[in-house]
Design a protein around this ligand. Structure first.
Ligand SMILES: NC(=O)c1ccc[n+]([C@@H]2O[C@H](COP(=O)([O-])OP(=O)(O)OC[C@H]3O[C@@H](n4cnc5c(N)ncnc54)[C@H](OP(=O)(O)O)[C@@H]3O)[C@@H](O)[C@H]2O)c1
Length: 275
C-alpha cells in the first residue's frame, strides 16, 4: 500500500496516537502537516521522525476550540501543500478541562468538550473540502464507549462530544459520497504512549491489569502504531467503498459482555493468575 503523492493533515499529531498516525502515513509515502497546540518540542520530534521516514511535512499550530484558528490552520496547509487528500481529526484537550460528572459539570466545561470535537470537526471539514481532492479521506478519532455507555460519570462531556462527532461522520459521509470522499471514525481501545500515561500510576496499573486479564481478548493495550496502521488502511485505495463507519481498533475489547464475569464468558485467567 502506498500513499505516495498524497497530502495529509493530522490534528494533535505532536504526540500520542496522533504521532503514531503521522508516522504511519509518512512511512506509506504521504507528506504530512503535523498539527500541535502547545507542545512545539514534541511536534518537532514528530517532524524529525517523519523526515527520517523519507518524506516531508511541516508544523502547524492551532487551538481547535477556536474556529478562526482552524481556518488559519487550513490556510497554512493550503499555502504549503496547495491540496489535501487526508484529514485526520485527532486532537483532544487535556482531561482536566472537561472531566466532571453530569450533575456538577459547568456549562463552560461542557461547551469546551463539544467545541473541541463536534464543532471543531464541523468547521474543519468545511475548511478542508475546497482543497481536498476527489477520492479524499476524512477520519475522526473517537472513543465510542464514551458515547455508548453512561457508567464513567466524569466522561459525560467528552462522551457526548464524541457521540456528536460520530453522528457528523455519518452525515458528512453521505454529503461527500458524490466526490468519492470517505468519512469514517476510528475508536481506539486504551492505548499506551498517550493520555493513558498521564493518569496516576495506580489508575494506569488497574486499567492495564484489567485488559491483560482478558477484557481485551488480545490481552494488551494498543500502541500508537496500531492506530496508525488502522488509519493508513482506511486511507488506502482499497478502502474506497467504506464510509460512514466506526471502526473499533481495540484488540477485541468492544466485543466483551459487561453483563457476565470473564469465567462465564470462558476467558481463561492470565498466565500466572489464579482461576
Ligand atoms: N489514548 C487513548 O487510550 C485513547 C482511547 C480512545 C480514544 N482516544 C482518542 O484518540 C485521540 C488522541 O488521544 P491521545 O491520548 O493520543 O492524546 P494526547 O496524547 O493527550 O494528545 C493530545 C493531542 O491534542 C492536542 N491538543 C490538546 N489540546 C488542544 C487544543 N485545545 N487544540 C488543538 N489541539 C489540542 C495536543 O497538542 P500538544 O501536544 O501541543 O499539547 C496533542 O497533540 C483523541 O481524540 C482521543 O479522544 C484515545
Amino acid at each position: 500500500m502506498t500513499l505516495k503523492g498524497k497530502y495529509a493533515l493530522v490534528t494533535g499529531g505532536s504526540r500520542g496516537i496522533g504521532r503514531g498516525i503521522v508516522l504511519k502515513l509518512a512511512q506509506s509515502g504521504a507528506k504530512v502537516a503535523v498539527h500541535y497546540y502547545q507542545k512545539e518540542d514534541q511536534a518537532k520530534a514528530t517532524l524529525e521522525k517523519l523526515r527520517a521516514a523519507g518524506t516531508d511535512g511541516f508544523l502547524v499550530q492551532a487551538d481547535v476550540c477556536k474556529p478562526e484558528e482552524i481556518r488559519r490552520m487550513f490556510a497554512h496547509v493550503k499555502s504549503e501543500f496547495g491540496a489535501l487528500d487526508i484529514f485526520v481529526n485527532n486532537a483532544r484537550p487535556e482531561v482536566p478541562t472537561f472531566y466532571d460528572g453530569p450533575m456538577t459539570i459547568s456549562l463552560d466545561m461542557f461547551d469546551f468538550a463539544m467545541d473541541s470535537q463536534a464543532k471543531a470537526f464541523l468547521v474543519a471539514v468545511r475548511e478542508a473540502l475546497p482543497m481536498m481532492r476527489d477520492g479524499g479521506r476524512i477520519i475522526a478519532m473517537t472513543y465510542a464507549p464514551g458515547g455508548r455507555f453512561g457508567s464513567w460519570q466524569p466522561w459525560v462531556a467528552m462522551g457526548a462530544a464524541k457521540a456528536a462527532l460520530e453522528v457528523l461522520c455519518r452525515y458528512f459521509a453521505v454529503a461527500l459520497a458524490p466526490r468519492q470522499i470517505t468519512v469514517n471514525a476510528v475508536s481506539p481501545g486504551w492505548t499506551d504512549d498517550s493520555v493513558f500515561n498521564t493518569l496516576p500510576q495506580a489508575a494506569q496499573s488497574m486499567i492495564r491489569n484489567w485488559h491483560e486479564a482478558g477484557w481485551t481478548p488480545m490481552r494488551r493495550l494498543g500502541t500508537p502504531a496500531d492506530l496508525g496502521n488502522a488509519v493508513a488502511l482506511l486511507c488506502s485505495s482499497e478502502a474506497n467503498w467504506i464510509t460512514g463507519q466506526i471502526l473499533d481498533v481495540d484488540g477485541g475489547a468492544a466485543l466483551m459482555d459487561a453483563h457476565l464475569p470473564l469465567e462465564i464468558q470462558q476467558i481463561p485467567p492470565k498466565q500466572g493468575q489464579a482461576a
